[in-house]
Design a protein around this ligand. Sequence first.
Ligand code: 13P
Length: 246
Amino acid sequence: MICAGNWKLNKSPKETESFLKKLLIAADQLDQSKFIVFPPALSLAKASEILNGSKINYGCQNISTVNSGAFTGETSVDHVKELNCDFVLIGHSERRSLFAETDDEVATKVRLTLDQGLKPMICIGETLKQREAGETKNILKSQLLASLEKVSSTESITVAYEPVWAIGTGKVAGPEQVNDVHNFLRDILIKKFDESFAAKTPLLYGGSVKPTNAAELAKVENVDGFLIGGASLQVESFIQIYRNSN
Ligand code: 13P
């Protein structure tokens, strides 16, 4: 199982250094290639320095829709590439809701990421209102297909299903809900591309994943790993989620 930690706006460069040094020791005997961390942009240079030579993956939480120019305050994927990042997280629900990120922008960011040879991790998810209105699958389908607008079948992506109502709330989607959604997502990938594209695309679940619920969720068919917020901020809980799900 893949264990990806989205740190959001937590951990300075110094805190990143001490966390990652601890993680390298804790993951020494584990499959490091299954770990991904997403530090805040200003801590990525530190992550690059510490993780150089290890198999632990790291990536940026967001990039700009443009590579360079007069765009004060933006983050260029070219610079992310220079720091040897592996992944870019794209379309997190906090970006969509707090920063008004649109499906079109998500599709552009996915394209820019692939053009740099990096791996996009595309986040999709429904709100509680949408779930209660029975719109979950329509929303997920339209978010996923929109994000794949500029992707070809020979390319590789990762998809993270994060129900908005489960993020940071302690409410986790039940194994049956996750099973239903992940099967649905796999089918969309088969129809849009083909069996082999769908089979090679990791489908992660995110939303209040903890050491206590990881084992049960990991048993769900079509769950290939987790995207973890709060519980990824301590090495102990992050590692414990990996151990409990593998
Ligand atoms: P929590 O694990 O804190 O619910 O956050 C999930 C998330 O948003 C990861 O991207």
